[in-house]
Design a protein around this ligand. Sequence first.
Ligand code: ADP
Ligand code: MG
Length: 287
Amino acid sequence: MSFIRCEGLVKIYKVADLEVFALQGLDLTVQAGEVMAIIGNSGSGKSTLLNILGGLDVPSAGRCFVGEYDLLRMSAAKRVQYQRETVGFVWQNNARNLIPYLTAMENVLLPMQLAGKAGRPARSHARELLEAVGLADRAQHKLLSLSGGEQQRVAIALALANQPQMLLADEPTGNVDTATAARILEIFRDVNRRWGTSIIIVTHDRGLARAVDRYVLIRDGKVAQEAVRRVVLDDAPVAAHEETHEELAVLDSAGRLQLPRELMQQIGLGDRARVEVEGDRIVVRKP
Ligand code: ADP
Ligand code: MG
């Protein structure tokens, strides 16, 4: 069974008299130990989805399971346990997690202390985490004295402090240069290999998305496309221009399909289409 199962997920925010549909029947499954990315324009619902998966926000309707947790029916106590034991969060702005006047080590120890872990085992685990993100030699440095990229790596170590089964990263490379972004991706891969952590990366950087095996595109609160890395046989020549991933449109359980806007514009398709079977294909054309 998949580790994450979301079906027809809906999230409505009420703002004064207005209702904002942030998620509109989103389907998503993620396997345990998978590293995948979510891309989409600003406002498409990426952060809403991540906050729901992280247990920070409650869906309005639909179904969403992570491991044995039902995210729509979870007591307050269970939710706290879920947040503490299952999820680690990395944000674009790491100030949300980190305390500037503490050292890297003290920062990573904080969530462990909150979970009642202390003493030598906690310190040795914190050291292992700082080593995993390549900051063993910065452990005793105050956060303020570290570069932005180093601070983001401390934030990753901190997110892993309580050995979560999954790491959720919302635009983790949004504030760093390309070299640091590559480094962060490498760290995610290493974390995944070492501990089998499932990792979901929200990004608007297509390059970053193409670096993982699978990414989904969210549009208007739904998964519109999915792209899976092409399997290339070892001896097959790969042309430089060849796409690394095969992008597929996603059909939901009701058979709804989102056509890529570029394709619609290309043939001038409006809000009605003629749909016909021709041999083994379904053809969508202007009426
Ligand atoms: P993304 O992360 O892809 O940029 P979000 O998930 O942040 O998108 O937002 C999706 C939609 O929901 C947007 O229209 C946004 O304005 C709205 N939204 C997000 N959070 C809230 C909130 N707390 N209250 C009201 N509307 C919100
Ligand atoms: Mg966002």
